[in-house]
Design a protein around this ligand. Sequence first.
Ligand code: FDP
Length: 331
Amino acid sequence: MPAAITLDRFILEQQRSAAGSTGELSLLLVRLGVAAKRIADALARAGLTGSLGSAGSANVQGEEQKKLDVLANEILIEAFDYGGLVSLAASEEMEHPHSYEAKSPEARYAVLFDPMDGSSNIDVNGTLGTIFSIRRRHDGTVADLLRAGTEQVAAGYFLFGPAVLLVYTCGDGVHLFALDPSIGEFLLVRREVRMPERGKGYAVNEGRAHAWAPGVRAFVEQLKTPDPKTGRVYSTRYSASLVGDVHRFLLEGGIYLYPADAGAKGDGGGKLRVLYECQPLAFVVEQAGGRASTGRRRVLDVVPASLHERMPLAIGSRAEVELFQTYAARA
Ligand code: FDP
């Protein structure tokens, strides 16, 4: 039986074949893996250690913070506190980025993350995720982060479900790892994951349908209406975790939607954050052959004006996202 390929081995081998690589990005990805193991451990024991429930605070968007949102954020900030790899870390949970500039003046990267995606699942032992994005440091200020999604160097997510998974891209395909708890290592499961061109499922919070544009409602109605030729309808698959749903569709095909919502706060009426959620997942999904759109624009082309900007999101298989765009254009 061939030896299992650990995350560090895979990254080192990829790095060797990349011209001009210094190995710093590889180290950064390995640091993220260590942080994810700590988060997974905290999640697994949260019900026993009194770590479930509210932290009694709110994030910059005014959303309630859970104790685990705060803890996961601290773990990630700490992960880059040494090693001189990162200049800035921005997170959904912090109003201003954390600067490592004084400690790491030579750092070449900035990181962004959503430490605990799908927070409403924390207290019910549902699927959760950590999303990350790695960008280049230019001058070490917030301006480094307010650039198009196409400038991401790497992006991915950890999925905390029955298994802990890592899915990431450095722009050369999408690779999938699973944590082997018996040895505490992420092992390669699939390299160069390709997403099906078309799927059978859709994920959206349909309780918000009253607040959608007519085109969005018409699109979801079409998915639920039997195809005249085949009789086929789409299945609803909403887990309240963006990472969980996107991961399902990465493997099986389908579409996740959080459309513009008349009741949602923020620019363009979307709920999800451009920098911490939409663009990192868009990078992964496009690298696997899928699409990500606001309905009118490619997600990766958007240049956010501020750190915590939100946008509408349609992400998944090429066929369904393109169909969604035709409906969104009518709205
Ligand atoms: P959450 O706010 O619970 O962290 O922000 C992301 C997100 O979850 C997604 O993971 C999820 O798909 C969506 O928002 C859930 O929003 P609704 O409660 O409006 O369905």
